[in-house]
Ligand binder design. Sequence first.
Ligand SMILES: C[S@@+](CC[C@H](N)C(=O)[O-])C[C@H]1O[C@@H](n2cnc3c(N)ncnc32)[C@H](O)[C@@H]1O
Length: 401
Amino acid sequence: MATFFALTSRGLVDVLRDELAELGARKLDKEPGGVYFDSNWATAYRANLRLRTATRVVRPILHFPAYKNEDLYNNIRKFDFTSLIDADGTIAVEASVRDSAFQDQRFVAMKVKDAIVDQFREKTGVRPSVDTENPDLVIVVRAFKNHFSVSLDTSGDPLFKRGYRTGTGEAPLKEHVAAGLLRMAEWDGETPIVDPMCGSGTILIEAALQARKVAPGTLRRRFGFMNWKGFEEEVFQRELEATLALEEEAGEKLEATLKRLYPNPVPDGAKVENEERRRPLFFGYDVDSKVIKIAQANAREAGVDDLISFRRHPMETLEAPIEKGIIITNPPYGARLGEKESLKDTYRDLAFTLKNRFKGWTAHVLSGDPELSSAMKLKATRKSLVYNGPIECRLLRYEVF
Ligand SMILES: C[S@@+](CC[C@H](N)C(=O)[O-])C[C@H]1O[C@@H](n2cnc3c(N)ncnc32)[C@H](O)[C@@H]1O
């Protein structure tokens, strides 16, 4: 058993905690930036493979106060880094400092690197080199008020990089935030979802992956821990197989859902447009035909294009494409796209579309600007805080009558 820390964006800690509990992690302890948990390596591999709302999983190794350079250097050397990688391996140090006597994070990163490199040289005569692109071992150093915490990044590439993005529109949501919104909306995994301003389609692609129970890590299958000396390949393979088996179980349930929604599918061989033969569970629209092409390419890359219909259509005249579902959407907001006054019209029009053509639906709207969302003049029944990058947002829930 060891302690790990799963990191996420502010506002997503609660949903990440729920995910970890479902994966069998124990002693869950929430912090503002993530969740500590105790687990063996099997569960840590599982967390990397399956977590949808985390950005990375790290293993904390050292906590110490440091006021002088020597404190930092000597404390780093208390951990035996030679037990993790070979001397001809590569390392990278990521440092961030806040309210600390050490003001320059590049200096902190260099001191930590020196301490590690010296440890290898003294023990083996050889030193690892620094590689910021593709290192075998990433050491994450955080200093707050002279208190240092040092962790090893088990994930490698950030976990939100699922690998299916061929491109994006402007202001795309990160994949783990989109997955977080689905959990915050308490989506049940089978109700149809409409995104009337879908951009590159992140919310719907994440939903389709969930409906199929495709774990994000199975799309990339490369993780930081694979480069470490103690990597237990057999244990990882078992976790990978168990994770892939979830997809088979999900297949039957998904087929039953689609049969319920489409009791009379168009027979194969009938002369119809391709779109009519498909049975989408998810519907994405955008006024911009370029992002619709990107969304389609991303969905193909993720292997879920059969479940999603992406079409160019302005939200102002959108009709409900299916009898019952929910809306989850991330309309443009001023900080990144367009001007405020014209955006207020967009929000007013969204409210009009909801009230007139989506009666009885629940809508979840991610808004980064209260002035814009109040232009909708609808009463939110719930407002949940979530950060989209640096932007403080609210996920607003509306029951549309
Ligand atoms: C913040 S982006 C959505 C990003 C998306 N969630 C993603 O992850 O890529 C907002 C989108 O709304 C679209 N949009 C703006 N006005 C629209 C309208 N009137 N009808 C439909 N889409 C619109 C923009 O083209 C843009 O792609």
